[in-house]
Design a protein around this ligand. Sequence first.
Ligand code: SF4
Length: 397
Amino acid sequence: MTIYSHSRISTFEQCPLKFKYQYIDEAEVEVEGTAEAFLGSRVHEALEKLYKDLKFQKINSLQQLLDFYNSEWEKNWNDNILIVREEYDKNNFKKMGEKFITDYYNRYAPFDQAKTIGLEMRIEIKLDEKGEYVLQGFIDRLASPKDGIYEIHDYKTANTLPTQDDADTDRQLALYAIAVKEMFSDCKKVILIWHYLAFDKEVRSERSEEQLGELKKEVINAIKQIESTKDFQPNESALCNWCDFRSLCPKFSHLVELEDKKPEEFLADDGVKLVNEYAVLKAEEDRLAKKIDELKEKIFRFAEAKKLDRLYGSDAAVTVWKKDCLKFPVKEDQCYQEFVKLLKLQGLWDDFSILDKYKLQKAFEGGQIDFEKMKELARFASKEMVKRLYLRFTRAN
Ligand code: SF4
């Protein structure tokens, strides 16, 4: 039985190929994570130390905590850590962490809001009665402000603040709440608390028993989808810039290879030569397509003025075809539903409706159809290799 985690499932949802590299192939890459992830780890360590020492009645001063953070930063930093935003350097990230820790310290000192029960606490979340689906997680800090009340604290170093709605639908801490409820028999309430350190702000939420029950079903379905996947396709998004596997990914490995080349080596690369030639021809094709459209318009106008249906040239003739065609409502039209109802009533729907195969294929591949239904539909699906080229200019001409 594979033990899943929330980040395993999120990685699959973000990009199935990244999931494969990370969890199936356990691929090794030169990049050792991003500066953002490094910053997150160092800040987590400092806050863990703060509460760990408190258990031993030791209150670190802010300066002691910052000294610890800075020394861990210097010990662990190396040049393989990726800085995506080139306008910032290592020191910018380091200073961000100092500010996060300072704001947190000043807001919560002397840290007596609740009793700390666990730090970086490993938990197991049982999703079904039989124990077939189990998730593991780590709670940054589990605390109890009074008997029967538990707080799950999570430190966030991200630069975006979620809305209350985002917090109320967040999956990770809600899953942790399932485990906490099972672990402590006196548990009456679990409060989910995110500390958005860049904003010096707390975001809180709670979940009902029904919501947690629904969540278990959702997560089991997500796991079933991962386990039935055989073809792990890349899913390109803005997050690719922070992906550790760019040097392996078919969408980016050529770019990574080119990054270290000198200008003359870059232009001599076979891939670069092919793309440059294709881009020139495509631009020519687009120019010709525009010219053909203009010419067609001229022919229509000429034929209409002369009342002709066919025009003759030296070696070719052009026939002009025109007809007033009937147009029926489309999905976006207000009367579409009424129109469909009428077709069904007249027994004509089966003859004249078409199955939207493209939409079905997208929903199927994107896992937007219920897992059991997908299994039944899979009997009718076959594979066919479709090849296309998409040209995109990567810098302004
Ligand atoms: S670079 Fe993007 S598409 Fe490629 S594996 Fe990473 S997340 Fe997926």
